[in-house]
Structures are given as structure tokens and as C-alpha cells.
Design a binder for this molecule. Sequence first.
Ligand code: SAM
Length: 280
Amino acid sequence: MSDALLGPADVRTLADRLGVRPTKTLGQNFLHDPNTIRRIVRTAQLDEGEGVLEVGPGLGSLTLGLLAAGHPVTAVEIDPVLADALPATVAPRLPRAELTVVTRDALRLTELPGPPPTALVANLPYNVAVPVVLHLLTVLPTLRRGLVMVQAEVADRLVAGPGGRVYGVPSVKTAWFATATRAGAVPRAVFWPVPNVDSGLVRLARRDPPPTAVSRADVFAVVDAAFAQRRKTLRAALAGWAGSAPQAEAALRAAGIDPSARGETLGVVDFARLAEHRPS
Ligand code: SAM
């Protein structure tokens, strides 16, 4: 696999040739360390030949790692310069690789061409990492698992369980779709340009959502309300959601939840049950 991968000199040469000036708004920090790329591909624990969705292939660092390991890759890139250049980067290095490039904002993705990928493997743009993960798990039910690289603090939030300081909306909404676990750390030095933060790998394993009589949107509405004022008791924080504080208290009691508790103590199953008791 090594020969095909991009090292520091390759990344700089490629960027120069394409006239790419990495932008912060698109979270353009490119991997230039073949060891890290190999580690990510290994850590993804993909099945042989499993189809992968990669969001933000950039110059192709991780894409080449996935393709070299024998995985068909569907790469969704928002930057047309990078998207257009990708096939020409891959072809001479891996002539038989199965690569499909889609030039699109991953947040606007509703479907993909070709056989549906079952794994998401991506070094995600920092500023939209959580919305991208939640959107893809929503619109692409064939995704069974994933390994995503995100800012270290975001990784902590994605995997957090109830009660922790960093547990919040991203933790609960991710838990609706998947079990999320930490799968290692990635230092900032393996990127060009070097970002201000370190990164973390998060493994996602799709699971069935908690059983509930209401919709996902209804459950997410109470999650958003509970954490909008996370220092308040649920009785106070959910007054707007329920219509009034007494109605919030009644709904909480009906769901078997202490009205003086805070949102950060509830798990996704509790929120699913609570959403069923919203006053109509
Ligand atoms: N995968 C490459 C690597 O590891 O070197 C690049 C990763 S870089 C952190 C993030 C990539 O996501 C950039 O190529 C950027 O242009 C792209 N990107 C940013 N926002 C996006 C979006 N909403 N949809 C799709 N791609 C996006």
C-alpha cells in the first residue's frame, strides 16, 4: 500500500500544482503521514472489499489508503477543484481502483450513485463534523459503521455518556443512531497546514434506535430543549417545550423522571420516553 500513499512532499507538490490554498472555513487540513493513514484504515476494521463513503477526500491522502487496501470508495467533496483533481491523482498510483467522486456538500447529500457504501471513513472538516455525521446516519441507512477523525474535544462529546461534563446534544443524538467509542488520538503534526487542535478517532457502530411511539424529530426536540439551558433543572428547562413549568413537571413525572434533575443525567432512552409525554 505504501507506494501509493502521499507523504509530505507529495501533498505540497499536489497542492502547488492545483493552486490549492487550504481554507479554514472548509476545514482543509490534509494528512501527509502514511503511517497515520495506514493506522486509520486498519482501525476502521472494514470487511474485505467493503464499500466506503469518504467525506472530504481533499488531495486524496486517505482515499488512496482506502483504495490501496482494496475498498471501493465513494468520495464526496464540496471543493470542485479538489473533487475534479482526485481521479487524476489516483489513476497513476492505483490504476484498478474503484473510485466515484461526487462534488457536493455532504450536508445536502440525500443519495449516492452506485452500490451503497456500508462504512463511513473520513477525516471530517472540523466545523461541520457533528452535523455531517448526524446527517449521513439519517439519510444513508445502509451505513452500518464508521471511523471518523474529528477534533479531540468533539470526539469526547460524541462518545460521552450521561453524567459527564461534555455530555450534550451531539452525544445523545449520536447515541440515537450508533454506539460511539474512542479509537485513538491523532497529533496535529500529521496535517498540512498544522491545525490548532489535536484530533481523535471515533468508531461508530449502527444500532437500532430506542423503541418509542414518537418520531426521531420529536425526541430530538426535547433533547435540544433540555440542553439549551443545561444548568437549569429539567422542570425549568422544558417549560417552553411543554407549554409551562407545571406541564413540564407533569410530563417528567409521567415519564418517571425526577423534575429537579438536569438534562445531562438522561440517556437517549429516557429522552425517547419523555418525548412521548409532551402535552398536546
Ligand atoms: N481527507 C483529506 C485528508 O485526510 O487529507 C482531507 C480532510 S480535510 C480535514 C476536510 C475536507 O473536507 C476538505 O477537503 C474540505 O474541502 C472538505 N469539506 C469541507 N466541508 C465539506 C462539506 N460540507 N461536504 C463535503 N466536503 C467538505
